[in-house]
Design a protein around this ligand. Structure first.
Ligand code: ACO
Length: 336
């Protein structure tokens, strides 16, 4: 018999160091006005020197576990969505497991860019739903400033660092009369468009050399406009699709929580969906784009501020490198 998969708790950690648009004005040919008008971003967080993705993921995870009243060893599965792993191998999830002192879980990273969190959630959901495990820790964590060329205004102003997570629990449907939990997903990708948003070097196709470093090929390479257009089109489609699958009309949704890349992308999606602005959460102005960390960060903010409560119907939607995109429909549980 299938289990229900409920969100039990959330956590987040964002580094203390705030990097404002004004600071970019001092080092680049840009302006606070341009960045705010084109992206909505006012500031982002910067990891401290030496602070790794697994360090940030650890802080978010410990907060999440403490809120759930669980020990690290209660977790049997750890997934970290990231494109900025501490090391190419082992996985950041392995480093995180070691730092947590967890001895029971199996752990791995999932690389799907800005869709990394929704993809990770789906992977954990299926393992819990099938009864393989009771608890899974699903983390989105990034140090995007490590991939940002601080001399290239085209992309560096967009990104920031941080980590956030959810703890999922599998329960028998009989123990969940409220019908809380994750209900359905819609996931897609189009690998023919990979070169529009990529990090060229550092992998096996272009191993690191003096030349790759000199040519700035270890940083984000992006064509902004096709990303923008595809993001709006695909995120709209993903929301409509998942709501059709679960037969819930958009007007019944309490929160639309989208990947935080750019305020204009989120607003354009909201207008296409025809849903009220106040139901579409946005915090990109404070953190910039933290890739796989944006969605759990929004959920944790909403939950800890008391705006997202048990029984609320939520749609998550995302788009990122690959291209990858997708959505999730869930009913929020009683989180701590
Ligand atoms: N400051 C000042 N001027 C800038 C900056 C900057 N930071 N960046 C670019 N410009 C200039 C360009 O050089 C160009 O100048 P020109 O007209 O003299 O050639 C001008 O501004 C307009 O450039 P566009 O690229 O046409 O500007 P656009 O309105 O498309 O905005 C942006 C660029 C913000 C990158 C937008 O295309 C975008 O947000 N795209 C999506 C990218 C994204 O979100 N990527 C993140 C990863 S994927 C994801 O998370 C979904």
């Amino acid at each position: 018999m299938f289990k229900d998969v409920i969100v039990r708790s959330s956590g987040r950690y964002f580094p203390e160091r705030v990097f404002t648009n004004k600071e970019y004005e001092a080092i680049l040919d840009t302006s606070d006005e341009w960045i705010v008008e084109r992206t909505g971003i006012k500031e982002r967080r910067l990891a401290a020197p030496g602070e790794t993705v697994s360090d940030m993921a650890l802080k978010a995870s410990l907060q999440c576990l403490e809120r759930a009243g669980l020990e690290p060893d209660d977790v049997e599965l750890i997934i970290v969505g990231t494109v900025t792993p501490d090391t190419i191998f082992p996985a950041t999830a392995n480093w995180l497991q070691g730092k947590l002192g967890n001895t029971r879980a199996w752990s791995f990273d999932l690389n799907a860019g800005c869709s990394g969190y929704v993809y990770s959630l789906n992977t954990a959901y299926n393992m819990l739903r099938n009864g393989q495990h009771r608890y899974a820790l699903v983390v989105g964590a990034e140090k995007m400033t490590a991939l940002s060329d601080m001399t290239n205004r085209d992309h560096c102003v967009l990104f920031g660092d941080g980590a956030a997570c959810l703890l999922l629990e599998a329960v028998d449907p009989a123990e969940n009369p409220q019908g809380w939990g994750i209900k359905d997903f819609y996931l897609q990708s189009d690998g023919s468009l990979g070169n529009i948003l990529m990090q060229t070097a550092g992998g096996s196709s272009h191993p690191s050399t003096y030349r790759t470093v000199r040519n700035h090929q270890h940083f984000v390479e992006m064509q902004g406009q096709p990303v923008f257009k595809n993001a709006v089109r695909r995120m709209y489609q993903a929301v409509i699709q998942v709501l059709e699958q679960v037969n819930v009309p958009p007007e019944e949704i309490d929160w639309f929580v989208g990947h935080q890349a750019n305020a204009r992308i989120i607003s354009a999606t909201q207008r296409r969906l025809g849903v009220p602005e106040e139901k579409v959460y946005m915090n990109v102005q404070r953190y910039g784009n933290t890739t796989a960390a944006t969605i759990p960060c929004c959920l944790d903010e909403l939950a800890t501020e008391g705006k997202l409560v048990a029984g609320h119907k939520v749609v998550l939607f995302t788009f990122g490198t690959g291209f990858t995109w997708g959505s999730t429909y869930l009913v929020w549980g009683e989180t701590k």
